[in-house]
Ligand binder design. Structure first.
Ligand SMILES: Nc1nc2c(ncn2[C@@H]2O[C@H](COP(=O)(O)OP(=O)(O)OP(=O)(O)O)[C@@H](O)[C@H]2O)c(=O)[nH]1
Length: 473
């Protein structure tokens, strides 16, 4: 997200001339570029106007401190203004303090991602806050909707020791009756939170608003969260405005940020509607829900990186135990193809490599340069496919694989024999090297010298924590 805006913004600041003071000319020129960049990113016009005039006012005549270039000085002012536009520093947390069961209402248009988001929220509340969550679908329009939520609840429940379940489906009930039953069940069975997933409509219409209003009046939700699709751009902002006016909201969750390179809706939401974005969805997986931190988002837009976010993501999504297990095997010279697959899975859980680069300060440009070249991570998935076409025995002792098997493996994985050969060659070179180092006692010493060998988790931990100094730039 924000790739396009981020790319243009960093060019603007590089272009500012050197000098002790910021001249009006410098600032006007830079702001013209910023304005264009924001409009191209589909930020609402009134938001762009007020943003640009605020920055101009603060920047012109502003003193440039020693050791700071005019570009950096303006970047700081733009950074602060961006944080303000995005809703001020810090994420706006969910209200968890009301008496249990705390009702949350999810509203939005059809296909906005409500049901998926209900599952993501439940996973987050169960795994981070140890909350017992009941999910209930009030969607009686689409026959499969209730089943879809039930399946999501089963999936999330399985990962949280049963902390998440869904309300049993009963045919013939309307949304209001289901909401009542959900709250009763929540009370009786000791749930902390009840998430009510309402039906969507193709567009905002009276019937939808009436239904949501009735449910709202019965459930008295502590949070009314609108789920909007970031890819719909300014329509997402208009949708939010309508729901705010007609239902009242406590926040917005913006889904499909992963598919939105422009980011205009996210940038306009708070400024236009006054509603904070509380979370963003960045994929179809249940983990793909991030808290919205305006200061981190501003940092990413300006290419200052989001190390805090990356560290958080790494510590949440990497399986530390698995990382340590693989690291131990490496130290013992026992790293095999199964362990390699496990490492690929860890990398995949973090998202795309280019996404990770985008979170590192100063790496935005590198990411652009590498685009389509070194960042082709499909190789990992091809390797995974090759390895999963092998037998268990072949995976732990790849040297037994004969030519005829290589052909079948290539066929089974949709790759080619040369590719299978390359993987096997690389792997055998790596294990020979590791075994040699291990014999000399060197690998463990080397890794200890590098500050521990906890696998990828430790690698990211070493990169600086929240508030720490970024490692680059
Ligand atoms: N890439 C991506 N896909 C998402 C995200 N959130 C949801 N989706 C996908 O969007 C599709 C629609 O999501 P649903 O959760 O079914 O949407 P809904 O709002 O409940 O839809 P209705 O029940 O029809 O109103 C599904 O295929 C989801 O996997 C996201 O953040 N990123």
């Amino acid at each position: 997200m924000f790739e396009q805006l981020s790319g243009r913004m960093s060019k603007v600041f590089e272009g500012l001339s050197r000098g002790e003071r910021l001249s009006e000319g410098d600032v006007t020129e830079a702001m013209r570029e910023v304005r264009l960049a924001m409009l191209e990113a589909d930020v609402a016009l009134p938001v762009v106007r007020s943003f640009v005039s605020k920055v101009k006012e603060r920047a012109v005549g502003g003193e440039v401190l020693d050791g700071v270039s005019p570009g950096q000085a303006v970047a700081k002012i733009v950074n602060d203004a961006l944080i303000e536009a995005l809703g001020g520093a810090g994420a706006v947390p969910l209200n968890l303090s009301a008496p249990a069961p705390v009702p949350y209402l999810l509203v939005g248009l059809q296909g906005a991602g409500k049901t998926t988001t209900a599952g993501k929220l439940a996973l987050r509340l169960a795994s981070r806050e140890r909350k017992k969550v009941l999910l209930a679908s009030l969607d009686v329009q689409r026959p499969a909707a209730q089943l879809q939520l039930q399946q999501i609840a089963e999936q999330v429940g399985g990962r949280t020791n049963g902390l998440v379940t869904s309300l049993p489906i009963e045919q013939g009930q309307g949304p209001v009756e289901i909401a009542r039953r959900a709250l009763d069940t929540g009370r009786r069975e000791g749930f902390d939170i009840v998430i009510l997933d309402t039906a969507g409509r193709l567009a905002i219409d009276e019937a939808l608003m009436d239904e949501v209003r009735q449910v709202r009046d019965v459930a008295k939700p502590v949070e009314t969260l609108l789920v909007v699709d970031a890819m719909t751009g300014q329509d997402a902002v208009n949708t939010a405005q309508s729901f705010k006016d007609q239902i009242g909201l406590t926040g917005v969750i913006m889904s499909r940020m992963d598919g939105d390179a422009r980011g205009g809706a996210a940038l306009s939401m708070k400024a236009v509607t006054g509603e904070p974005i509380k979370f963003t969805g960045s994929g179809e997986k249940m983990e793909a829900l991030e808290e919205f931190h305006p200061e981190r988002v501003a940092g990413r837009i300006l290419g200052l990186g989001d190390v805090a976010g990356l560290v958080e993501k790494a510590s949440e999504q990497l399986d530390q135990e698995e990382g340590e297990r693989v690291a131990k095997r490496m130290l013992a010279g026992k790293f095999d193809l199964n362990d390699y697959v496990s490492q690929i899975n860890q990398i995949n859980r973090l998202g795309s490599i280019s996404g990770i680069l985008g979170m590192l300060p100063g790496m935005g440009k590198l990411k652009d340069k590498l685009a389509g070249k070194d960042l082709d991570t499909s190789i990992f998935n091809r390797h995974k496919a090759i390895i999963s076409s092998m037998t268990a025995q072949e995976r732990s002792a790849p040297e037994i694989i004969k030519a005829s098997r290589k052909k079948r493996i290539a066929l089974g994985s949709g790759t080619s024999v040369p590719e299978v050969n390359r993987l096997l060659k690389q792997f055998s070179e790596m294990s020979t090297m590791m075994k040699r180092l291990n014999k000399m006692g060197g690998l463990s010493g080397l890794m200890r010298g590098m500050g521990g060998a906890g696998g990828l988790g430790d690698m990211f931990k070493g990169m600086g924590g929240p508030g720490g100094r970024p490692p680059f730039g």
